[in-house]
Design a protein around this ligand. Sequence first.
Ligand code: AMP
Length: 565
Amino acid sequence: MIVGIDLGTTNSLAAVWRGESSELVANALGQFLTPSVVGLDDEGRILVGQAAKERLHTHPKQTTSLFKRHMGSAHEVYLGDRAFRPEELSALVLKSLKEDIERAYGEPVLEAVISVPAYFSDAQRKATRIAGELAGLKVDKLINEPTAAALAYGLHQRGKETSFLVFDLGGGTFDVSILELFEGVMEVRASAGDNFLGGEDFDEVLLQHFVDKMRNVTNFPSTDAVIQPLRREAERVRKALGQETSAEFVLRVGGEQWSLSLTQQKLAELYAPLLERLRAPIERALRDARIRVSDLDEILLVGGTTRMPLVRKLAAGLFGRFPSITLNPDEVVAHGAAVQAALKARSAALEEVVLTDVCSYTLGIEIANQIGQNIERGHYMPIIERNSIVPVSKVKTVVTMHDDQKSVLVNIFQGESRLVKDNVALGQLDIPVPKRKAGEVSLDVRFTYDNNGLLEAQVDIPLTGEQHSLVIENNPGVLSPEDIQKRLQALALLKIHPREQQVNTLLVARLERLYQESLGDLRQQVAQWAGYFQHALESQDERRIREVRGELNAQLETLDAGFWH
Ligand code: AMP
């Protein structure tokens, strides 16, 4: 059996072709979406999915997410005392999906079609294949995510030349691709995007609005202390306002509660600047593909955040027509990968022209930002944006921060995170500068990136005419066949959290999170529930465990529906 897998940044899912159509496969918790989160449980075993996600903030050193952003680089993450490469973390997600499919269909799964973003470079594609190999899956074929969306919508069956645009807005990224199907070959004509624009950014805006409104309310807790419940509440309210005309943003801590009523209209006002940002990548993709909106045969919406009516409305306005939304936007890519798997099984897989002449990571430097009275180091200033067509050369100017500063350290990074600590360090230039008042010496930092992945960083000081440069061979280190064998053996030794325990582990993790996030009476209540469930688990009586679990899950649902989710 060949299966299709959408290996996503926030969530992953698997689909199989059965007879006439593709079916999504449920995981051990009965859900189609498996969060792309990997962690260690309390016994040091590997835990994947929702239970790991619940532990992201309660066990930050044992849990990791967003590793897709590092595919194709050697960026390692420690879980406990073992370092994991992005391929290995992806392999653990793939393994978990593979097991779900095998359980569901009682057949071994040996081969998969895995989807990747259209802008993925050669190194990132190789890393994805290796992740498959490490999970025990042969990956003959990768499929571009927008191509998968097209297959799910059956565009390949139209039998004529077709041009279409895929508008993919997920949890953290926005990708626009323009594709053309011509004589049975799908070509990505252009791809553009914004790696810092997704559902989470919309949540952040809502959260900020709530906090601003509460600023002068007595006793309102510090934002840092309640950031997780605030984020979850923002997401809940954002989703609710997709259905209802008004909703209540509520934060409860201890016995106290703060709330704010929000309407769809207010939401539209708050989101206007973010919605506006969706425009530029679309225009750029259209320009790059040299295509007019009126020449597009179809607009496809992909990614969970395109469920927002405001996003759909904007898309309809921009394209002058209603986009196709007959399939669930967070499921289309997996369905399309399964279609490709079915075509492949019949040796009829759709051919693709891949677009790899782009710089697939953002390249930038560390800067310090003035925040109020304080100077905060460690911020990232992108110079070459991800997805720029190579060769590319870009320059940005920085200035000295202190009076009589003797030198400036230019730290170079690759990655997409706001803080450099979350990006990959590539190199450093220590540049002596003439002593002047703060801000009087400027430095022009020019990055030039060529087709061979060579980055040249050049710093000019106009005041003195001096020039410094550094060449960085950006070899992210694709694993060698020997390394793959070693990693395969090491992965085989890892203990995996038992599948049948996942429902219990999820409940324990949820209770633990709630305990950490709450105060006062609620915290006491959560502690009692945790004790009660622990007691049930110790009884080892399956029926009793199931009963208590059902009871507590129902309690948590009511809590979530009100204010926690
Ligand atoms: P994805 O990366 O495609 O899995 O998308 C995840 C994002 O979709 C998250 O930011 C969710 O908040 C968002 N999302 C999922 N369902 C909805 C919904 N009904 N309304 C608005 N946003 C949603």
